[in-house]
Design a protein around this ligand. Structure first.
Ligand SMILES: [Zn+2]
Length: 444
């Protein structure tokens, strides 16, 4: 409720004076190094950042200033105001937007949509439905909706001392082991209630249990009346912080690595190999467990393969609900992976990190690690939606989702044809290197 009131307040503050006009500015046109200048230009009364574009409200003077700075601004129709805009997050390309709406900025998982009052009402209603297909948010002045790392020349000095540690952990990720696990997992129909779901559960359990130092449990919960299970492994932090002079046991923090292993398809009776969604991420959990078991760490790390995600994040919600308060207090961060291996090809390998803006610094560890040890193009979204990271964010815990930038264009999404041959293992390998590097820093 509080969020809604704030959103209305923000919108009323943003009502443009008659001479103001909304426009979409191509950040690359005058170069990312001028982005901060653009945000403060005279005559630009507010802005919101969407990856490669900046939405601005500007007076005629603002437009002259933008032109002088070298920015190319595309003016929207004069009658369009912030109230006519919504941020739509997470819709697959097959999802129809309401009639009367237009996509103004398409950044894949994140779109800026304009519409008449009927279309906007329909969009808002869409977001209210439980297990809805997309998140719908108002446009707020001064908000960074999507941040392209390439548009921010952050200095990497903070990481300079950590490079050896980062590269060591990243170098331990094995694409071949991960790929073998993806093929194994996608050989089962992992629909909730299917025999393959139980077989996958048992196989994940034994895969984690085979890792030195890992203690594994199975957590049962219900999905719409049916039994379902999370598989949860924990590695205890063993490297004591000698310099602090205190015994580490009571001081150990907790990191959580998760991804769902259940899958879905057209019908419960049809096959659901779910190679991309989400054998890719579940196999990633197992691979990161192997890497971290072989990497010095002071803090405890939980590796969780969730189930019941496809029906509405049931497994991660059950996990968070059963995590005692004392354990929640120990959580230093959570990384979830959902769909990390599809690249539509012909483009750079892209990853989207999703979190809330209060956890921007936590997310930064991952994008910095990516810049240091991968060739990933990283964007960070601050309107999280629709995967297991939400269960943690809603409990106030710092959490990110790592998801490939092209997932919403994957034509086999939630179909029996989501098989391993459609994947780009190189992309998953890069994402796992990013996560391994960040985990090494976060758990040292
Ligand atoms: Zn998924």
């Amino acid at each position: 409720m509080r969020k809604i009131i704030l959103a209305i307040l923000a919108l009323s503050l943003m009502s443009a004076t008659p001479s103001e006009r909304l426009a979409i500015v191509d950040i690359a046109s005058a170069g990312p190094s001028n982005l901060n200048i653009l945000k403060k230009l005279g005559g630009v009364s507010w802005w919101s950042e969407f990856g490669g574009s900046l939405l601005v409200s500007a007076t005629p003077r603002g437009f002259i200033n933008m032109e002088r700075t070298g920015f190319v601004a595309k003016r929207l129709a004069s009658e369009i105001s912030a109230e006519d805009l919504r941020v739509v997050v997470g819709g697959h390309i097959s999802m129809r937007l309401p009639g009367g709406s237009n996509v103004l900025i398409d950044e894949g998982r994140i779109r800026l949509v304009e519409g008449d009052s009927v279309a906007i009402a329909a969009l808002d209603q869409l977001a209210d439905a439980r297990a809805s297909l997309a998140g719908v948010f108002p446009v707020n002045a001064g908000s960074v909706v999507l941040q392209r790392q390439a548009n921010h020349d952050w200095n990497q000095e903070n990481l300079a001392n950590d490079m050896v540690m980062l590269a060591d952990a990243a170098g331990k990720v094995s694409r071949e082991r991960w790929w073998g696990d993806v093929q194994k997992l996608s050989s089962w129909n992992r629909h909730i209630g299917a025999a393959g779901n139980v077989q996958a559960r048992d196989w994940i359990k034994s895969s984690l249990a085979a890792i030195q130092g890992m203690e594994v449990t199975v957590q049962e919960f219900k999905v719409q009346g049916r039994a379902a299970w999370n598989v949860v492994g924990i590695l205890t932090g063993e490297r004591l912080k000698q310099e602090s002079g205190v015994a580490a046991a009571g001081d150990r923090g907790l990191l959580i690595v998760g991804g769902h292993f259940d899958s879905t398809s057209e019908r419960t009776a049809s096959a659901a190999p779910g190679a991309e969604d989400n054998a890719s991420g579940a196999a990633g959990v197992i691979e990161l467990a192997r890497v971290m078991a072989d990497t010095p760490h002071s803090h405890d790390i939980i590796f969780a393969a969730f189930s019941g995600e496809e029906q509405g994040l049931y497994g991660s919600a059950a996990f968070v609900a059963e995590l005692p308060d004392a354990e929640k207090k120990r959580v230093r961060g959570v990384v979830t992976m959902d769909m990390i291996a599809y690249s539509k090809g012909g483009s750079a390998l892209g990853v989207l990190i999703e979190t809330e803006s209060v956890h921007a610094a936590f997310a930064r560890t991952f994008s910095d690690a990516a810049a240091a040890v991968t060739k990933l193009q990283v964007s960070t979204s601050f309107n999280p939606f629709g995967s297991d990271h939400m269960s943690f964010l809603e409990a106030g815990l710092p959490a990110i989702l790592a998801i490939d930038a092209d997932w919403n264009r994957y034509s086999h999404y939630h179909r029996s044809t989501d098989t391993a041959d459609k994947l780009t293992p190189e992309l998953a390998h890069e994402i796992l290197k990013m996560n391994a590097g960040a985990l090494a820093i976060l758990t040292r």
